[in-house]
Design a protein around this ligand. Structure first.
Ligand code: AHM
Ligand code: MG
Length: 335
């Protein structure tokens, strides 16, 4: 049997491909990898919470047990704070960004934006959840406290992005701008092993993923595109299959592997869309593009949007390039 390449080995091997090859980004990815394993361990036993002391209630010592999304947030932040590469973090769980200003962060060049536990409303029912992360080089001077402008960079400035899907197996998928690679956690030895080298999304797929319960709230172009997905036309493999887990990372991951489109549009219920540009849409958009896919707000490339707020929401169309282009054409036609 060939011994699999571990994520640790892979990061070191690929270090030289990175334009600022100083090992700092590698160390940062190592911190993320470690935190992912800790979060994975807790998620795996989430169903035992009622038996071992309910999450969100008090345990025997009278300490508050943390909800898993707070636990994930703290775990990733602590893992990054413990090393000297990151100077600030923005998170879905935190209203404002935080700045690391200890001695070890004096030379830190990176900021991280993350959704520590996306889809966490699915945990109770044992459905996959995920962590999404996005890494930038700071734009303000090294050695000074980070500023909002370090975080409000367009997605095309990301130096790396990735996600962890805690599913029937746990996977970490990431890119540093040289393609996309996926690693599966071998739980018996606690090591991520390269299982999906050089991931590529099919140009066209047969799956569309959207919360169709919101159909009545969508705008005309989106409604027409959804109807197009449902029409019978053998030459274009329609009708497509509808698959919606309601957990962005899992829906995206499936479509990345099989081909498909994920949609979260604007509507009367979500006038700006639901998903957050900086720590949900941008990182997955970088991965999609690196895998040959596309990500759009219906009109513009996601990665070219200049962010204005930390928790900014955008409409989102991501997946197989031809499917995203068709959805955009329907939206343009209704402009
Ligand atoms: P969250 O960050 O609060 O978990 O919300 C994001 C999630 C995505 O994972 C998922 O795709 C979407 O919300 C589902 O929303 P809806 O239930 O409106 O379809
Ligand atoms: Mg989220």
């Amino acid at each position: 049997m060939n011994r699999p390449v571990t994520l640790g080995e892979f990061i070191v091997e690929k270090q030289s491909e990175f334009p600022y090859a100083t090992g700092e980004l590698s160390q940062l990815l190592t911190s993320i990898r470690l935190a992912a394993k800790v979060v994975n361990r807790e998620i795996n036993k989430a169903g035992l919470a009622d038996i071992l002391g309910a999450i969100g209630s008090e345990n025997v010592q009278g300490e508050n047990q943390m909800k898993l999304d707070v636990f994930a947030n703290d775990t990733f932040i602590n893992a990054m704070r413990a090393m000297g590469e990151v100077c600030g973090v923005g998170s879905e769980e935190l209203e404002d960004f935080i700045s690391f200003n200890d001695e070890i962060h004096k030379e830190a060049k990176y900021v991280v934006l993350m959704d520590p536990l996306d889809g966490s409303s699915n945990i109770d029912v044992n459905v996959s959840v995920g962590t999404i992360f996005s890494i930038y080089r700071r734009v303000t001077p090294v050695g000074t406290p980070v500023q909002l402008e370090d975080f409000l960079q367009p997605g095309n400035k990301q130096v790396a992005a990735g996600y962890v899907v805690y599913g029937s197996s746990t996977m970490l998928v990431y890119t540093t701008g040289h393609g996309v690679n996926g690693f599966t956690l071998d739980p018996s030895i606690g090591v991520f092993c390269l299982s999906h080298p050089n991931m590529c999304i099919p140009e066209e797929g047969k799956i569309y993923s959207v919360n169709e319960g919101n159909y009545a709230h969508f705008h005309g172009g989106v409604k027409k595109y959804i109807k197009y997905c449902q029409e019978v036309d053998e030459s274009t493999n329609r009708p497509y299959t509808s698959r919606y887990i309601g957990s962005l990372v899992s829906d995206f991951h499936r479509n990345l592997l099989k081909g498909g489109i994920y949609i979260y549009p604007t509507g009367t219920k979500a006038p700006k869309g639901k998903l957050r540009l900086l720590y949900e849409c941008n990182p997955l958009a970088m991965i999609a593009e690196q895998a040959g896919g596309k990500a759009s707000d219906g009109i513009n490339r996601i990665l070219d949007i200049q962010p204005e707020e930390l928790h900014q929401r955008v409409p989102y169309f991501i997946g197989s390039p031809k499917m995203v282009e068709t959805a955009e054409a329907f939206i343009r036609a209704e402009e």
